[in-house]
Structures are given as structure tokens and as C-alpha cells.
Design a binder for this molecule. Structure first.
Ligand SMILES: NC(=O)c1ccc[n+]([C@@H]2O[C@H](COP(=O)([O-])OP(=O)(O)OC[C@H]3O[C@@H](n4cnc5c(N)ncnc54)[C@H](O)[C@@H]3O)[C@@H](O)[C@H]2O)c1
Length: 370
């Protein structure tokens, strides 16, 4: 049994590999609860050592035996976790992440990694100086369908990627907007939802070089957007389009296609279509289209579709187990804070392109992240 008062990194590497990671959770709101339940669901990998939230106490968490604290400082000082999950409002991600890095505490930070490129750069400086291991909470990269899609695309099964078309369209209930910040710039579907699509496109299609965008608040009329359209140019030369709206009713979001989020009604429909020189791939239901006769590829030749279904797993559990391996076994992070910052830069570019009516080249923003 390891003492409560030492961190895993204080022990020899063989012991570290065998031990359970001591993890705390900062912020016990909507997504913090999911992280708490995820840690409790992985007793062989990790132990929940505390929760910090100024507004939420243990009464709402009968399943949690670990102590609750009003501030992250108290949790970090008293429980000395090896790692934390930062699941607090966006503007707290940078200061809390920097504090963790200075204390040598590894962290998963929820998306967006921070609320601005400047604060992302400051966070990355602290992470690099400390050497702590990080993940950004882009949990969809852990979906089995996404992993399989990445494999199919990297094996060249659809040939060279030409383009990708993405729809994320759902209608959020009116009550969702009873919270003031959700009507203000920064509280809309670009930073909350589109960021996940952009992250998946970077993961599956390669780095993004530039983005053109249009943004509209035409349906709800709030200060924040309700709809955006983006045209993406990947570094490879492939193109992509994404329509994102939280005011249109449709069966096409990746959440509805995978049942990853119980708040969304399951439709089993696809939200992504990857198109290559030799075929196409639908995601998330992984239908692979190719020429029936691979020697005859043309519009007048018949196509065949192959289902590539994979069993579903909880992406949050996959993320946590991966995080443990990153810390204890040196596995490369699937989406580090640095990677999350690049996704943030590409996402903010949609708003910028809509405002200026000019495409945004991302090289300068990536450079600013160091
Ligand atoms: N990965 C995803 O799909 C996903 C889904 C939802 C939210 N998120 C992200 O998670 C973060 C939290 O979102 P949410 O929907 O859970 O918000 P929320 O408002 O439900 O929860 C945030 C919690 O943080 C607490 N908090 C505030 N200040 C704090 C502090 N100084 N220290 C500790 N706790 C503090 C609040 O009391 C609240 O309980 C956001 O960055 C959001 O973008 C990610």
C-alpha cells in the first residue's frame, strides 16, 4: 500500500507501473461527474482521492468516499494527487493547469484546453518547463469507430483523401439558454461543439492549414452564433466542409450516431463522409465504399459497400486508462494539451474568418503556441 503523502513519481519505476494512480477532480459539474464515475469504474487503474468544487458538496455523490474540498489548493495540498482532471469553467483551465504543472501534477484538461490562444501559450510554457503529462479531453478520439476509421484511412483503403463533409446539427432545448453565458460570444456551438469536429478532422485528416468561415445568429438572434459553416484546407491539400448548428433538428451528429452521450437520441446515422480517390468512408457507422472491381474505378462502374462495425466502448474509460499508461508507462499522449491548443487555434479561426470575411492561415497561430 502506498502512503497517502507521497506521489507515485517518488517511487521506483517498477512500483509506479504496478500502483494505482491517485487522481483528484476539479469541478463536479456536468462533465466532472462523468469523470468521477469513470475513475470509480476503473478501480484497478486509479483511485479517486478528492473532489474540489466551491459550490457542490458530497451530498450529491453518495457513491464517492473521497473527501470534498472548496478549493483546488486544499485538495492538492492535503491529498497530493499524482494527477487531476480539470473540469471547471473554461477560463479556469489555464490558471489551474499552470498551478498543477508547477506542483508536478499531471492533468487531463477538459476542452477547450483554455479560452484563448494567449492563455494556451502560457499553459504550454508551464507544462514544458515542468515535464508533467497532459491530455485534453477530446474524448471522441477514443471511440472505437474513430480508432477504426483512423486505421482505415491510414492504410489507404479509400486512396488519397480528397475531401470530407461533416454535419453537426441538433436543436438544443430553449431551457439550455436560461444560463446567461450561453447567449454570449464564446458560449455557443463553435467553442462547445464544433471544436470536437475540428479535433476529429485534425486527428483523421491530418493538420489543417487554413479555414474560411461564415457565422450566423439568424435564428435565435443572440449575441452568440447559432450556426456556422467552415471550409477547411488540410496541409495535404484535401478540403473539408463542416455545417454546425444548435438550432436545427436533424439526426446527424456523431453523438446521435454512436450513443456516446445519453442526452442525445440515438439515430445510428452518419455525420462524416470521407472521400478518397479510391473510395469513401462514412463515420460513425463505418460503411466503406469502393469500386466493385478495383481495376475499374469510374463513375459508370458499380460500387460496393462494406460494413466495418466495431464493438462500442465508453470513451471516457478508454481515455482514463490511456492517461494512466501515459504517466506510468510512457505511452505517447493521444491528444496532449499542445494538440488541444492547435485544435483551439483552428476552432477560433472559424469565428475570426466569419468576422473578417477572410480565410485564416493557421501557421502564425501554431507558431504563437511555441
Ligand atoms: N468533453 C466534453 O464533451 C465536454 C462536455 C461538457 C463540458 N465540457 C467542458 O468541461 C468544462 C466544465 O463544463 P460543465 O458543463 O461540466 O460545466 P458546469 O458548470 O456544469 O461545471 C463546472 C463546475 O466547476 C465548478 N467550479 C467553479 N469554479 C471552480 C474552482 N475554482 N475550482 C473548482 N471547481 C470550480 C462549478 O461550481 C461547477 O460545479 C468546460 O470547459 C466544458 O467546455 C466538455
Amino acid at each position: 500500500m502506498l502512503s497517502n503523502f507521497r506521489r507515485l513519481s517518488d517511487y521506483p519505476i517498477e512500483i509506479q507501473r504496478m500502483a494505482k494512480l491517485k487522481i483528484g477532480v476539479l469541478g463536479a459539474g456536468l462533465i466532472g461527474r462523468r469523470h468521477i464515475d469513470t475513475i470509480l469504474a476503473c478501480p484497478d487503474d486509479a483511485v479517486l482521492v478528492g473532489v474540489a468544487d466551491p459550490a457542490i458538496g458530497p451530498d450529491r455523490f453518495p457513491q464517492v468516499k473521497a473527501p470534498f474540498f472548496a478549493t483546488p489548493d486544499e485538495l492538492l495540498d492535503r491529498e497530493k494527487p499524482d494527477a487531476v482532471v480539470i473540469a471547471t469553467p473554461n477560463s479556469l483551465h489555464a490558471p489551474q493547469g499552470i498551478d498543477c504543472a508547477r506542483r508536478g501534477v499531471h492533468f487531463i484538461v477538459e476542452k477547450p484546453v483554455t479560452e484563448s490562444l494567449e492563455s494556451a501559450a502560457a499553459l504550454l510554457r508551464a507544462v514544458r518547463a515542468s515535464g508533467v503529462k497532459t491530455l485534453t479531453g477530446h474524448h471522441r478520439r477514443y471511440l472505437p469507430a474513430v480508432r477504426r476509421a483512423r486505421q482505415i484511412l491510414s492504410e489507404g483503403r479509400i486512396g488519397r483523401l480528397v475531401g470530407v463533409s461533416v454535419i453537426w446539427a441538433t436543436r438544443k432545448p430553449d431551457a439550455y439558454f436560461d444560463v446567461a453565458w450561453r447567449k454570449e460570444p464564446g458560449g455557443g456551438p463553435i467553442l462547445i461543439n464544433l471544436i470536437h469536429e475540428i479535433d476529429l478532422l485534425r486527428h483523421l485528416g491530418g493538420e489543417i492549414a487554413s479555414i474560411a468561415g461564415q457565422v450566423s445568429n439568424g435564428v435565435r438572434g443572440f449575441a452568440v452564433e447559432d450556426t456556422s459553416g467552415a471550409v477547411i484546407r488540410f496541409a495535404s491539400g484535401a478540403l473539408g466542409t463542416i455545417l454546425c448548428t444548435d438550432t436545427g433538428l436533424s439526426p446527424w451528429t456523431i453523438e446521435q450516431g454512436t450513443a456516446e452521450n445519453p442526452a442525445f437520441a440515438y439515430t445510428a446515422e452518419n455525420a462524416y463522409r470521407f472521400i478518397g480517390t479510391e473510395g469513401s468512408l462514412e463515420l460513425p457507422n463505418l460503411k466503406l465504399w469502393s469500386a466493385r472491381d478495383p481495376q475499374q474505378i469510374a463513375w459508370d462502374r458499380p460500387l460496393a459497400s462494406t460494413p466495418m462495425k466495431v464493438p462500442e466502448h465508453d470513451p471516457y474509460i478508454e481515455q482514463l486508462r490511456h492517461f494512466c499508461r501515459v504517466i506510468q508507462e510512457g505511452e505517447a499522449p493521444l491528444v496532449s494539451a499542445e494538440d488541444g491548443a492547435r485544435t483551439l487555434a483552428a476552432t477560433l479561426a472559424v469565428t475570426e474568418a466569419g468576422r473578417t470575411q477572410r480565410p485564416v492561415e493557421l501557421a502564425a497561430a501554431f507558431r504563437a503556441l511555441g
